[in-house]
Each structure stands twice: as C-alpha cells, then as structure tokens.
Ligand binder design. Structure first.
Ligand SMILES: Nc1nc2c(ncn2[C@@H]2O[C@H](COP(=O)(O)OP(=O)(O)OP(=O)(O)O)[C@@H](O)[C@H]2O)c(=O)[nH]1
Ligand SMILES: [Mg+2]
Length: 202
C-alpha cells in the first residue's frame, strides 16, 4: 500500500471561555488545566495521525475568542482546510454566536460558499450537569446550516475530542480512496489505432 502524507490546517473558533485551548491541549498533549488563561492572538500546534495507511499532519490553530482580540486572530483564517466552530453547552449565548463566527470566518478566509466549506461544530463541556443548549437544538442548527457534523465534547474528561479533530482528515482520506477506486483511465492513448487515411486536418 502506498503511504501518502498531507497537511491539514484546522482552526478553532468560538467565544472566549468555551474551551478551545483546553480542547487543543487535550488532543495534542492529553492534558487539562482547570484554570487556563484566555488566549491572546493565536497559537498553533501540530499533531500527526495515521488514517488507513496515510499520514496526516493536523496543524491546529487556536484563536482568541474575546472580541478585543478580533484584529489579532482574523489574519490567520486564510488557507484553513477545516473550521471547528465551538460553543459551550452551558452557555446559550456562545451557541447563538455560532452564526457570527461562521460569518467572520467566511469573510476573512475568503470562503465563497460557506455552506459547502468543511465546518465541524463542537458543543463542549458536556461533563457539566446544567446545560443551556440541548443536543437536539445543536443538531438542528447544523442541519439547517449545510449539514455540518456535530460532536458533543468534553476537554475535561476527553469525551469525543479526537473524533472531532480527526473528522475532516478521515473524511478526506476515505473520499480520496473512494475516488481512486472509481477512477476510469481517461488519459491513455491507444497506440495501435490507425492514423486517418487522407491526413486531413480538423
Ligand atoms: N467543565 C469543563 N470545563 C472546561 C472544559 N473545557 C474547558 N473548560 C474550562 O473553561 C475555561 C475556559 O477554557 P479555555 O480553554 O481557556 O477557553 P477558550 O475557548 O480557549 O477561551 P479564549 O482563549 O478566551 O478564547 C477554563 O477554566 C477551562 O478549564 C470542559 O470540557 N469541561
Ligand atoms: Mg484559549
């Protein structure tokens, strides 16, 4: 089997405090800090993974969700392959703001058709007992906005974190394998074919 490698730029967006940095730390270092400082600007970390014999490097960009850092984060949206729109299930406002995050991303990343872009939605902090956003509400929003995959995550107890980060990588590898299997050899030249008799052109 041939081994292919590729790089995927994955960017985390969402309100300040929803748990973006905690999700990245849980995924890359398997650590959780219950007193994390707000992010200022952006930070990125790489993580390599194997999908079906393919090596994929996820380059994960963690951004500052607080409004005052808007101008520090937006220059880094361009070139993203996947955007993880994150909210906290214990904070309804962070869920309502998903629309604004989607718009901000589409504008600064210069995405023509946001409904066709690879957004993945994460409802984080599902370990907390008192929810303000139900799973059904979140799933409905994803359906109505282009059928985005939805994951209920907890950076604290590691629920669904790898699955959410790896969703796009897995989808791309599997769909490229699928395409390769169904590819017809359209660009071959039949060398045995006889040339035209009179050599006329056009
Ligand atoms: N209970 C619980 N707390 C969490 C979870 N994820 C993050 N937290 C806590 O929520 C707080 C904010 O988390 P951060 O990861 O800093 O949030 P952020 O989205 O990066 O915030 P900004 O950097 O300001 O955009 C921290 O105190 C975390 O410990 C989770 O899954 N469950
Ligand atoms: Mg942060």
């Amino acid at each position: 089997m041939t081994t292919k490698s590729s790089l995927l730029k994955v960017i985390l967006l969402g309100d300040g405090g929803v748990g973006k940095s905690s999700l990245m730390n849980r995924y890359v270092s398997n650590k959780f800090d219950s007193h994390l400082f707000h992010t200022i600007g952006v930070e990125f970390l790489n993580k390599e993974l194997e999908v079906d014999g393919h090596t994929v490097t996820l380059q994960i960009w963690d951004t500052a969700g607080q409004e005052r850092f808007r101008s520090l984060r937006t220059p880094f949206y361009r070139g993203s392959d996947c955007c993880l729109l994150t909210f906290s299930v214990e904070d309804n406002q962070s869920f309502l703001n998903l629309n604004n995050w989607k718009k901000e991303f589409a504008y600064y990343a210069d995405v023509r058709d946001p409904d066709k872009f690879s957004f993945v939605v994460l409802g984080n902090k599902v370990d907390v007992a008192e929810r303000q956003v139900s799973m059904e509400e979140a799933q409905r929003w994803c359906q109505e906005n282009g059928g985005y995959p939805y994951f209920e995550t907890s950076a604290k107890d590691a629920t669904n974190v790898s699955a959410a980060f790896e969703e796009e990588a897995v989808r791309r590898v599997l769909s490229s394998e699928d395409r390769a299997e169904h590819l017809l050899p359209t660009d071959t030249v039949d060398l045995r074919r006889k040339p035209r008799a009179n050599g006329s052109c056009c």
